[in-house]
Each structure stands twice: as structure tokens, then as C-alpha cells.
Design a protein around this ligand. Structure first.
Ligand code: HEM
Length: 332
């Protein structure tokens, strides 16, 4: 009896062992060690090419960080943003938020080519974008975090998704929050991730309305500091100059710090979507104040929220593919 009981326990343990002790993760699960054996050089390659690109052009850290956001908000973090038009694909690069604005694709191409050389057919473009976003934060002086990996690349793009799902600078607070919630992100993610606007540029066309005609009555936005507004008007006229560039954080445009939130408290947020974090919602107002006071708290929340954003509906396991060239789906 005791003997057969022991045998029974042995059989049960043997059956459960692969589930309990296996190192194989479940399908759909991202984890930082995904490429540790298949591409040990990956992190180093990405880091060094991002550093070279930012040394050539300081704005590039901002542009690369934004690529990940505009990828993840459209069909998840699947590198759909990187596809060029052709073969039934209408590129997301042509959408309203992206056209004449999004940049940095050549840097991703350079990284992908170097990674393919070191580890052919192994690393997805979606994962490259995710690591690049982290490295861009670090190189600008922002927080670091371990990047969960294992995403695969889409075989399609969605220009409609790009037009509808990426928040616009003149959306209301509630519209923007709803767009974040649809992606499984919350109000803390919204306020923390908006802090990416501590680096980089915006074009005149993205905030002109605030300078001349905020509510259709020919008046500027009263939540914009008048002296700052007047300076902005010099380079952002009523008509023309649409593509003229302005720092999102004029105090320290290349440093990833918390001056973005300090600017907002001083009514110097550049975009309407920046300033309304203070003026339209109590909870978000509290966070703006806390981040302006406490940079460590901002960095901690930013890192966590970047991981949350990177987890938006990734393709894993047998889904999608590992693109050879980030601009095209593979041909079979
Ligand atoms: C909350 C909603 C958001 C809105 C409405 C918004 C809107 C914008 C707009 C209008 C610009 C300027 C584009 C131009 O004029 O060419 C911009 C730039 C930028 N955005 Fe956002 N954004 C949002 C959230 C985010 C998030 C979540 C991130 C990243 C985590 C991000 C990162 C950036 C960066 C780094 C730039 C500067 C890019 C460069 O200089 O090339 N933004 N954003």
C-alpha cells in the first residue's frame, strides 16, 4: 500500500515537473533575458548606435523615444510604424500625427542591419524599438529599466489606427485619458509618460491655436503665460511657418529631467495636451505637482509606465514574424 502510494506521488511529480520547473516561459510572456543566448551582443549594439546617432544630432534621443510610443499605440508594439507603403500596405508614416513629424527611421535601419549581421533572423524590429526607447532615455539623463523582450513584428500596418488611436495635442483631457485607457494604461501612465516632452521639439502647427484662437473667439489660451506666448508668436505666425520648430521644454531641451512639470506649473507648457494635465483634472494636477517636486518619483513612475506601454498587445510565439528589413514584411 505504502509502496503504491509512493509510486503514485512519483508519477504525479513526474507529470507536474515540466510545468513547475520548466524554464520555458508561457506563450505571450515577455522577459528581459529573451535574447541572452540567441543574441548576447544585442544590448551593446543598440546602445552604441544610439549613442553615435545622438552624438551626431542631439534631438535624436527624443525622436527615437517617440517612435516606440507611436508604434505601441497602433495595434500594439509590433513595429507596424516602421513599414513603408507598398504591397498592400499604407504606411502609418503618412498619418496625421506622423507626417512631417516622426523621424529616426534611418537609425533603426542602421541598428537592424548591425543586429542582423551579428544574429541573423533573430531579433524583432519591435524589440529593437523598445530597447532604443530605454537607451534614449538613459543617454538624455533619464531613468533606466530592464526591458522585457520577445515581441514579434506585424505583417501589416494601420493608418486608420494611427490617425485615431494616437492622442492629438488639441484633444480634451478626457479624450486623451480614454485613448490611454483603451490601451490598458491609466492616469498615472498618462501623466508620467507625458514627461517624455522634457526633451525634443514640436512644430508651430501643433500649438498655433493656443497663440491666436484657442476657443474660436480670436483670443489666446489664458492658461499660457503671456510673456511666453508673445515669444512664441515671433516664430509661429498666424499663418505660415507651420514647420518651424520649438523646444517642448525650453528650460533644458536636451536633458531628461523634471523641468517639463515645473514649466507646466509656471503656465509654460507648450502643447495644450501638456498644460491640461494641470488644469482639467484634480488627480493629474496632484501628479504634476509631485513630479515637479520630486524627480526620483517621476523617474520611477516613468520607467514603470514605459514597461506598461511596451506590454501593449505584443505579438509573441508563432504570431507575426522576425522581419529581415524593418521597412518591409518578409516575402516567402
Ligand atoms: C499624452 C498624449 C500626447 C500627445 C497629445 C503628444 C503630442 C505630441 C506632439 C504634437 C508633438 C510634436 C510633434 C510635431 O509638432 O512635430 C510631440 C512630440 C514628442 N512626443 Fe508626444 N504626445 C503625447 C505623449 C507622448 C508620449 C507618451 C511620449 C513617449 C513616451 C511622447 C514623446 C514625444 C517626444 C520625445 C517628442 C519630441 C520628438 C522629436 O523631437 O522628434 N509623447 N508629441
Amino acid at each position: 500500500m505504502v509502496k503504491s502510494m509512493g509510486y503514485f506521488v512519483f508519477v504525479v511529480l513526474l507529470t507536474l515537473a515540466p510545468i513547475c520547473f520548466s524554464h520555458k516561459p508561457q506563450v505571450g510572456y515577455l522577459f528581459p533575458q529573451f535574447y541572452d543566448h540567441s543574441c548576447p551582443q544585442l544590448q551593446q549594439i543598440v546602445k552604441s548606435i544610439v549613442a553615435q546617432a545622438v552624438a551626431r544630432d542631439r534631438r535624436m534621443a527624443a525622436s527615437l523615444l517617440r517612435l516606440h510610443f507611436h508604434d505601441c499605440f497602433v495595434k500594439g508594439c509590433d513595429a507596424s510604424l516602421l513599414l513603408d507603403s507598398g504591397e498592400g500596405i499604407v504606411s502609418e508614416k503618412e498619418s496625421k500625427p506622423n507626417k512631417n513629424s516622426i523621424r529616426g527611421f534611418e537609425v533603426i535601419d542602421e541598428i537592424k542591419a548591425a543586429v542582423e549581421k551579428a544574429c541573423p533572423h533573430t531579433v524583432s524590429c519591435a524589440d529593437i524599438l523598445t530597447i532604443v526607447a530605454r537607451d534614449s532615455s538613459v543617454i538624455a539623463g533619464g531613468p533606466s529599466w530592464e526591458v522585457p523582450l520577445g515581441r514579434r513584428d506585424s505583417r501589416g500596418a494601420s493608418i486608420q489606427g494611427s490617425n485615431n488611436d494616437i492622442p492629438a495635442p488639441n484633444n480634451t483631457f478626457n479624450t486623451i485619458l480614454t485613448k490611454f485607457k483603451r490601451q490598458g494604461l491609466n492616469l498615472v501612465d498618462l501623466v508620467a509618460l507625458s514627461g517624455a516632452h522634457t526633451i525634443g521639439n514640436a512644430r508651430c502647427v501643433s500649438f498655433r491655436q493656443r497663440l491666436y484662437n484657442q476657443n474660436g473667439n480670436g483670443q489666446p489660451d489664458f492658461t499660457l503665460d503671456p510673456a511666453y506666448a508673445s515669444k512664441l508668436r515671433n516664430q509661429c505666425p498666424r499663418s505660415g511657418g507651420d514647420q518651424n520648430l520649438f523646444f517642448l521644454d525650453y528650460v533644458s531641451p536636451f536633458n531628461f529631467d523634471n523641468s517639463y512639470y515645473k514649466n507646466i506649473l509656471a503656465n509654460n507648457g507648450l502643447l495644450n495636451s501638456d498644460q491640461i494635465l494641470l488644469t482639467k483634472n484634480q488627480e493629474s494636477m496632484q501628479l504634476v505637482k509631485q513630479y515637479a517636486e520630486n524627480m526620483e518619483l517621476f523617474f520611477d513612475h516613468f520607467a514603470k509606465s514605459m514597461i506598461n506601454m511596451g506590454n501593449i498587445t505584443p505579438l509573441t510565439g508563432p504570431k507575426g514574424e522576425i522581419r529581415q528589413n524593418c521597412r518591409r514584411i518578409n516575402s516567402y
